[in-house]
Design a protein around this ligand. Structure first.
Ligand code: PEP
Ligand code: MN
Length: 341
């Protein structure tokens, strides 16, 4: 961190800041210019920079290293490729291929998820999504089928050797989820469920970590750090829109998060344009934009009968729309040196 002293700060003030920084374990390098003294502090323990900023004579503190370490680009400058699925059937996320994860918002019945899995397989999709435990805003809304839903999802996927991603809501569900899914999805509402993150650090399944609706990129990467610091490095990030003053769309999809994450972190970044917009007519343009901007994958809701869907029908694509989107993405991906899976 760099500590800039106020113009004309007294020598005692400068010395007392230096003493405080040394006490905190920093090596301090002082440089005295014609108007300001600047202190460079390296090493030390993580500190709240406001504690230094409030010391007498300090003008401002500039952080130079990120508060996350394992999730930072510097930890793996070449970028991380997460391998998903059992040996022999593995898919890679973060490599050259843009990976599609698609399916219904929620599993509604065995027939429903089987019909959609058949369509997904037909479209060349290798990862089936579907929620069985749903975090609903209202307690009166459909809460998901629970374990039975996971079972139907797995069975529908296995008919075509598809991999499965589903949302986990709390740490007590981990053993159950490991029986059914290939990727554990942490939803936006649980991005800072630290008990869940700490337990996910102990498993060896990849985690899809969605961005909280009001989370900064730094907070999001710190949540990834919780999972990684406990030993699970197979983390994929998923931008799904943030809450802004705009209410025409359900959320504001932050496409700029893609290049920002690419710069700050080595972790793969996916995009969910379904929750990002909340309207099916806006999903294909945002999906195309995400691939053009460098996303490593997409998470998209598709339903064979969106009008009757129990959850998020308005943002679920019709199968024909999804097919058309896939053919468009097959044109866009090569333009940015990618392929589609
Ligand atoms: C979902 O993917 O079904 C979901 C609930 O998404 P989010 O956590 O982004 O709202
Ligand atoms: Mn949904």
């Amino acid at each position: 961190m760099i500590v800039v002293m106020q113009e004309g700060a007294a020598e005692e003030q400068i010395q007392s800041v230096i003493d405080r920084l040394i006490q905190m374990g920093f090596d301090v390098h002082r440089s005295t210019g014609s108007s300001h003294t600047v202190l460079g502090a390296v090493g030390g323990v993580p500190v709240d920079h406001r504690d230094i900023e409030l010391l007498e004579g300090v003008r401002e503190v500039v952080k130079i290293s990120a508060s996350y370490k394992l999730a930072s680009r510097a930890f793996n400058p070449g970028g991380t490729v997460v391998k998903i699925g059992p040996p022999g059937r593995q898919l890679e996320v973060g490599g050259r291929a843009v990976v599609m994860m698609a399916g219904p918002c929620t599993v509604e019945s065995e027939e429903q998820v089987t019909a959609i899995a058949d369509i997904m397989n037909d479209c060349g999709i290798r990862i089936l999504r579907g929620g069985a435990f749903k975090p609903r805003t209202s307690p009166y809304s459909f809460q998901g089928m629970g374990e039975e839903g996971l079972r139907f999802l797995r069975k529908a996927a296995d008919r075509h050797h598809l991999l499965v991603v589903s949302e986990i809501m709390n740490h007590t569900q981990i053993p159950m989820f490991l029986d059914y899914v290939d990727i554990l999805q942490v939803g936006a509402r649980n991005m800072q469920n630290f008990d869940l993150l700490k337990e996910l650090a102990k498993v060896r399944h990849p985690v899809l970590l969605k961005r909280g609706a009001s989370a900064t990129i730094e907070e999001w990467l710190l949540s990834a750090e919780y999972i990684m610091t406990g030993g699970n490095h197979d983390v994929m990030l998923c931008e799904r829109g943030i809450r802004t003053f705009e209410n025409y769309t359900r959320n504001t999809l932050d496409i700029s998060a893609i290049p920002v994450i690419k710069k700050l972190s080595h972790l793969p970044i996916l995009v969910d344009p379904s929750h990002g917009t909340g309207r099916r007519d806006k999903v294909p343009p945002m999906a195309r934009a995400a691939v053009a901007a460098g996303a490593d994958g997409l998470l998209i809701e598709v339903h064979h009968s969106p009008e009757t869907a129990l959850c998020d029908g308005a943002q679920s694509l019709y199968p024909t729309q999804f097919r058309e989107l896939m053919s468009q993405l097959n044109i866009i991906a090569p333009a940015v040196q990618r392929t589609m899976v």
